[in-house]
Design a protein around this ligand. Structure first.
Ligand code: UDP
Length: 239
């Protein structure tokens, strides 16, 4: 894979939870503004940016009360939650002076355009931040898988995966004081050791398409633009 200095197009994945700030639900305005301004910094580095935002701050299929009754309905609600987050982040990006467009994997024509490969490519090459909403558009998938899929589809040089921790550890750093952070890791290792980087579907897709994944903390202020420059604390998953 290319060195960070040669990255032209990036896919950034931000979990829904990253927008909650100190709250335990929904969107915190100061946090939304902070995350959006870091995305603007990445744009100003000259990178083309695609964004996938999760929905866990509103609703998640796996722990949605409806899921026990109907998994598909629960996941559909989860996908709608990601549309809400994408609309919020796009609005905040525009308020900061950066052009942004929401493209959804499910039709929500009153609010945004539908994702098409050609439409997304055009927007990205014209310098707009493209927010890929509604995940893959299918139940039983996650927004991590959507992020890997869009990254591969759009020919991104890397997938920057913002999480609550600053990389991938040998064990859960919150529980095991001896846990060590990996500097680098192969896709195969991440899968075989089940290190919880992302779900297996997304790592397999990244592996099969030689897509590097950069795992960093979205909680750490200023880290996103740093990792986009190839600096900062992170774990790089690549073969
Ligand atoms: N979801 C789905 N298909 C997708 C992406 C997401 O059904 O392609 C649903 C699923 O219920 C998931 C929810 O949307 O739990 C929110 O996405 P995710 O859990 O990935 O959000 P995050 O954890 O990143 O906030």
């Amino acid at each position: 894979s290319k060195p960070a200095s040669e990255w032209r197009r990036l896919l950034i994945k931000v979990s829904g939870e990253a927008l909650m700030g100190d709250g335990d639900f929904g969107i915190s305005q100061p946090t939304l503004q902070r995350v959006a301004s870091e995305i603007v910094e990445v744009v100003r580095l000259g990178r083309e940016v695609g964004l996938v935002i999760g929905g866990g701050n509103f609703l998640r299929g796996a722990n949605n009360a409806l899921t026990a009754v109907d998994r598909v309905a629960g996941d559909q609600m989860g996908m709608l939650a990601t549309v809400m987050n994408a609309v919020a982040v796009a609005a905040q990006l525009r308020a900061l002076g950066t052009e942004a467009v929401v493209l959804s994997a499910i039709d929500v024509p009153v609010i945004c355009d539908r994702f098409t490969h050609r439409g997304a490519l055009k927007h990205m090459s014209e310098g707009r931040v493209v927010l890929f909403a509604a995940g893959t558009g299918h139940p039983f998938f996650t927004t991590d898988t959507a992020a890997a899929l869009r990254a591969v589809e759009m020919g991104c040089d890397a997938l920057l995966k913002g999480t609550q921790v600053d990389g991938v550890y040998t064990a859960d750093p919150n529980r095991d004081p001896n846990a060590k952070r990996y500097e680098t890791l192969s896709h195969h290792e991440a899968l075989a050791k089940d290190l919880g980087v992302m779900d297996a579907t997304s790592i397999a897709l990244a592996r099969d398409n030689a897509l590097p994944i950069v795992v960093f903390s979205i909680q750490s202020v200023g880290m996103l633009p740093k990792v986009a420059r190839g600096e900062g604390l992170c774990t790089i998953v690549a073969d």
